[in-house]
Design a protein around this ligand. Structure first.
Ligand SMILES: [Zn+2]
Length: 322
């Protein structure tokens, strides 16, 4: 038996990083690798970097990529699970149109590739293997570059007509801040890491003091990653505190609104920002949610994603779990 038997590849394509993993039965991770998501070029360049990350992970696992059962991808944007095409992934470079991601990766890696919605596969991974295991109905909230949501209702994934769970675009302020979707006042326009960065830049340019950009350069980054936000908080950076509070207020408002519709048993908080700040901000987040929860005598449980940063890649690999 080849060492790759029963193992699948999983790739989580994020706006900041590409996380790849080699995953066996019950979500066990045998090898992992990450690369920065290209900020320039186009979808073909992103796909090349994804294939490279998968090869890195396979090497770490000591597995021949060709022996894998297949590779699953969790992708942002509008994903057609049937064709493996991805459209309008606005947080990725040059991806306004439609790109055949499964086909490109399949040709590069020489195996079958399936593509699912990044947040939905990560939510299903938490439901099956992580913090959502005790529950039948959960909302996954993935707080990263943007804010995504995934739904499992009474044990079943809920995709709607393909666009369910877009929790980041719940309106938290009418005629509010401009969102990447082109509309105004979406939760993501306050809580998304990219929106927070834009606001930090605007205030910094307007003369507001902050260490955020100094820390970014010091750590060799070209954007305000969740790690940069964390360090700035440790420095007691006032603008950082203000923008984090603003983000958590928007998150609490939006998540509570979704809970008022679905009455889930639990909310699972994941994503780069969610995993990093989920514990330290859980009380402020609960407090903000309680202000807007209709059934405020029995709020849903709030958990940080148990599969952590690897949840997306593990979830993607489950696209091959028959
Ligand atoms: Zn929006």
């Amino acid at each position: 038996m080849s060492p790759g038997a029963g193992k699948r590849g999983g790739i989580d394509l994020g706006g900041t990083k590409i996380q790849a993993g080699i995953v066996g039965p019950r979500g066990k991770v045998y090898g992992e690798a990450r690369r920065q998501t290209p900020t320039e070029g186009g979808p073909a360049d992103v796909a090349r970097e994804m294939a490279a990350a998968l090869r890195d992970a396979a090497e770490q696992a000591g597995v021949d990529p060709a022996s894998l059962q297949g590779v699953g991808v969790g992708s942002p944007g509008d994903v057609d699970e049937r064709t493996g095409e991805v459209s309008e992934a606005r947080n990725l470079p040059g991806w306004e149109g439609t790109f055949p991601l499964a086909k490109a990766l399949s040709e590069d890696l020489g195996m079958e590739v399936r593509v699912g919605n990044d947040v939905q596969v990560a939510t299903e991974a938490e439901f099956r293997l992580g913090a959502g295991k005790p529950y039948r109905t959960i909302i996954g909230v993935f707080w990263g570059t943007g804010v995504g949501g995934g739904l499992v209702l009474d044990g079943r994934p809920w995709l709607g007509r393909g666009a369910a769970g877009e929790i980041g675009h719940i309106v938290v302020k009418r005629n509010g801040a401009r969102c990447t979707c082109g509309r105004k006042g979406c939760m993501e326009a306050y809580a998304g890491r990219a929106a927070m960065e834009n606001e930090a830049r605007r205030e910094h340019d307007g003369g507001e003091k902050t260490d955020l950009f100094k820390l970014m350069r010091k750590h060799g980054r070209d954007r305000l990653t969740s790690g940069v936000w964390e360090r700035a908080l440790e420095h007691g950076d006032k603008l950082t505190e203000k923008l984090m509070d603003r983000a958590v207020e928007a998150l609490g408002t939006g998540v509570a609104s979704a809970c008022n519709v679905l009455d889930p048993e639990a909310v699972i908080l994941g994503g780069g920002m969610g995993v990093r700040f989920g514990e330290s901000y859980s009380e402020p987040l609960r407090k903000e949610m309680l202000k807007h929860l209709f059934a405020d005598d029995r709020p849903p449980a709030l958990h940080v994603a148990a599969l952590g940063d690897l949840g997306g890649a593990i979830g993607a690999s489950l696209l091959f779990d028959e």
